[in-house]
Design a protein around this ligand. Structure first.
Ligand code: 5GP
Length: 175
């Protein structure tokens, strides 16, 4: 995307966090920089403004940061995809495997209408497990996943390729 290199330059890499050997991509410097945050939101608005979306499904928790201004700007619904146990009403869930153990994402059963055009957003794709679970969950619930979108893709981990192989498009502001 047009601002990709600039956005990448304001994301910080923290070595050995949350554990030894992991290079964590920290987006807080990007959020602190109002010009950068505006360019980030604008990158998503530019891509999706003509796509006639019904809802932005944003993944708990950093996906919310981008999903909320995007839904506001595009004039569509905001739907939270949450970690297990956070949503109060009737839910449907999708379990996925992590390197060690399992995780689960949940959606309210009345979050959108059948056939709604939905964009899924998160801050980062690593193994792709989280994004793919969200896409499967929305598809199972009768939503049409128009695309999946992220600020950062780590292509060396194969996650975005895995998501594409499952039949979903992937847009990354910076790769
Ligand atoms: P995946 O399921 O693709 O392996 O991991 C992506 C999920 O974990 C996303 O929800 C993302 O927020 C979080 N995540 C994993 N690694 C990082 C990282 O280095 N930086 C940030 N900001 N989030 C990460």
């Amino acid at each position: 995307s047009i601002y990709g290199d600039y956005i990448k330059s304001v994301i910080r890499t923290v070595p050995d966090w949350p554990q030894a050997g992991v290079n964590f991509r920290d987006i807080t410097p990007l959020l602190q920089n109002s010009a950068a945050f505006r360019k980030l939101v604008d990158s998503f608005v530019h891509r999706y403004q003509e796509m006639d979306l019904d809802a932005i499904a944003a993944i708990d928790a950093r996906g919310f940061i981008i999903g909320a201004p995007l839904a506001y700007e595009l004039g569509c619904s905001f739907v939270p995809v949450r970690k297990k146990g956070k949503l109060p009403f009737r839910t449907i869930s999708e379990t996925y495997t992590l390197e060690y153990g399992e995780a689960e994402v949940e959606l309210h059963s009345d979050a959108f209408k059948q056939g709604d055009r939905i964009l899924i957003v998160d801050d980062l794709i690593a193994t792709g497990g989280t994004m793919l679970a969200a896409a499967k969950l929305i598809t199972r619930s009768g939503g049409r996943v128009i695309e999946t979108a992220t600020i950062v893709d780590l292509p060396d981990l194969g996650g975005s390729q895995r998501i594409r192989e499952a039949g979903y498009g992937v847009f990354a502001v910076c790769a």
